[in-house]
Design a protein around this ligand. Structure first.
Ligand code: ADP
Ligand code: NI
Length: 223
């Protein structure tokens, strides 16, 4: 890359796509490149109904999971810093880079009893897009993939779900995977910011409720 030539927005998105693909391809816990691809698509569809800076939305969607705290010993500052440094390499303005840094810093779910508000419309869009990929059929698949990756039980009727009131407790939980539905996934529909994401979330939520009913029926040996 010639350091004196500023890249176009299109080139920056293309370079970022390649960078993220290289970092996350083949990841086995549901945070792989295809998660990013889906969130990026969700974010573009939601943004089409909102007044937002699409360049910021796309870059934040692409970069939101590159240094996730779950894979860096709980350190929440790694992700936003990695994204910021990447954007600086591409000579993206400080204003846009800082905005994306803030979105990535704020985006994570931190426990049922905690707030994860977003400061800007671009942040709301990317958080909604990420959360849509945490629910519905894909959400179910990702959750069991993550549970397997962490060696968790599928379900244990003797371990009750906990509505965590702090991020530390949420992060360090080792509960069975079914508990995650009550601790996070079923709460997301009412925490969507945009109208279009709310609508999609309703369908995906209903699908998870059906899945859980069937799961418990089969657990007790019913057909
Ligand atoms: P966020 O994007 O809000 O930070 P995470 O990255 O923590 O959310 O989680 C993304 C997905 O990873 C969840 O929606 C879920 O599928 C899976 N996951 C995260 N934590 C757990 C857990 N404790 N048990 C099962 N799945 C989990
Ligand atoms: Ni994500």
């Amino acid at each position: 890359m010639n350091n004196n030539t500023k890249l176009s927005e299109e080139d920056i998105i293309a370079a970022t796509t390649e960078h993220v693909k290289q970092l996350l391809a083949g990841e086995g816990s549901g945070h792989d490149w295809w998660h990013i691809y889906r969130v990026w698509n969700n974010a573009k569809s939601i943004a089409a109904h909102e007044q937002a800076n699409l360049f910021v939305v796309e870059l934040a969607a692409l970069l939101h999971d590159i240094g996730d705290h779950k894979f860096h010993n709980g350190d929440e500052t790694v992700g936003p810093r990695m994204a910021y440094e990447w954007l600086q390499q591409l000579q993206v303005s400080k204003e846009v880079s800082n905005h994306i840094y803030d979105i990535i810093k704020e985006i994570s779910f931190k426990g049922a009893g905690t707030s994860s508000e977003m400061s800007t419309v671009e942040g709301c869009i990317v958080q909604d897009a990420d959360r849509l990929d945490a629910i519905g059929a894909i959400g179910i698949a990702r959750t069991f993939a993550y549970g397997g990756h962490k060696n968790r039980e599928l379900y244990n009727p003797e371990v009750a779900p906990v509505l965590h009131d702090n991020f530390e407790a949420y992060k360090t939980s080792t509960a069975p995977t079914i508990n995650h539905f009550y601790e996070k996934l079923l709460l997301l529909k009412d925490r969507m910011h945009t109208a279009s994401a709310k609508k999609l979330a309703e369908q995906r939520h209903a699908y998870m409720e059906n899945f859980l009913s069937q799961f418990y029926a089969e657990w007790e040996g019913q057909r």
